[in-house]
Design a protein around this ligand. Structure first.
Ligand code: IPE
Ligand code: IPE
Ligand code: MG
Length: 253
């Protein structure tokens, strides 16, 4: 068979459990509003659900969990909400890192961190360093992250790393410079809160990911809801361009 160049890095083995799950945690504000609570209460509850999700990933041997916590577009929110979200982020880092470390979890934060104040940047650096040796679960928080930003910062760094090269750049040249270079591409993408869009999340990496959308608001997305998403994933046929008959285990009948 002739070799051809494919845009997906390699065809992953179809596994019962997704290796990498990426989540847009949406619906905190609406969850709070339904309960006549301030939006902030929804964000606070949302952090609890992150804890539950992390635990569920450990129990299910999911290797990578990537969570969209704050998009590059979320600065457009009222100043008060942005400030509260930052405070919540700081509090979570201060309170949780020790526990993450004890559980063998490696924490990374991806996004343009230069926009955060120095103390938050320091907390992030410390947390990443402290957990750098852990290998049970890679937990990545996307903060001030945008998929287009990621591609452009990657292109800039790629070109800077090889100043003598003029053209003929390939996908494989760029990939080491993208924020998620350390992980395989997500197998399963989940968006809670009913919206069916990507909102500038991992644009490059989601090229062949199975997408799952649910009306459930993030603060209500418990382990049972997560298992529904995994079950839906398990019923997908991941063909990566091939026909059903070509898949491993397909019968000739
Ligand atoms: C997601 O919930 C959390 C963040 C974007 C930080 P939202 O705050 O977007 O909640 P809704 O969409 O308004 O309900
Ligand atoms: C997307 O949520 C980003 C996060 C969950 C952090 P939004 O609620 O801000 O998304 P849009 O702008 O409504 O699509
Ligand atoms: Mg929203």
């Amino acid at each position: 068979m002739a070799f051809f160049s494919s845009s997906t890095r390699q065809i992953p083995q179809a596994a019962a459990v997704p290796e990498h799950v990426a989540v847009i945690m949406d619906g905190n504000g609406r969850w709070a509003k339904k309960r006549f609570l301030p939006r902030f209460a929804g964000h606070a509850k949302g952090v609890e659900l992150v804890r539950e999700m992390v635990r569920a990933c450990l129990e299910r041997n999911i290797r990578y969990l990537t969570l969209f916590a704050f998009s590059s577009e979320n600065w457009r929110r009222p100043q008060e909400e942005v400030t509260l979200l930052m405070q919540l982020f700081v509090k979570a880092l201060e309170q949780e890192v020790e526990k993450l470390d004890r559980n063998g979890i490696r924490l990374r934060v991806i996004g343009d961190l230069s926009r955060f104040d120095q103390s938050l940047q320091g907390l992030i650096r410390d947390a990443e360093q402290k957990t750098a040796g852990n290998t049970k679960l890679d937990l990545t928080i996307a903060a001030n992250y945008g998929g287009r930003w990621d591609i452009i910062q990657g292109v800039n760094r790629m070109i800077a790393a090889c100043p003598e090269k003029q053209d003929d750049w390939s996908e494989a040249d760029l990939e080491p410079f993208l924020s998620m270079a350390f992980a395989p591409e997500p197998d399963l993408f989940i968006r809670t809160g009913g919206e069916e869009r990507i909102s500038n999340f991992l644009l490059w990496q989601l090229a062949y990911t199975e997408l799952y959308f649910t009306e459930t608001l993030w603060p209500a997305f418990d382990t049972a809801e997560f298992d529904k998403a995994i079950l839906s994933y398990q019923h997908r046929e991941r063909r990566f361009g091939r026909t059903s008959e070509q898949l491993p285990g397909a019968s000739d009948a």
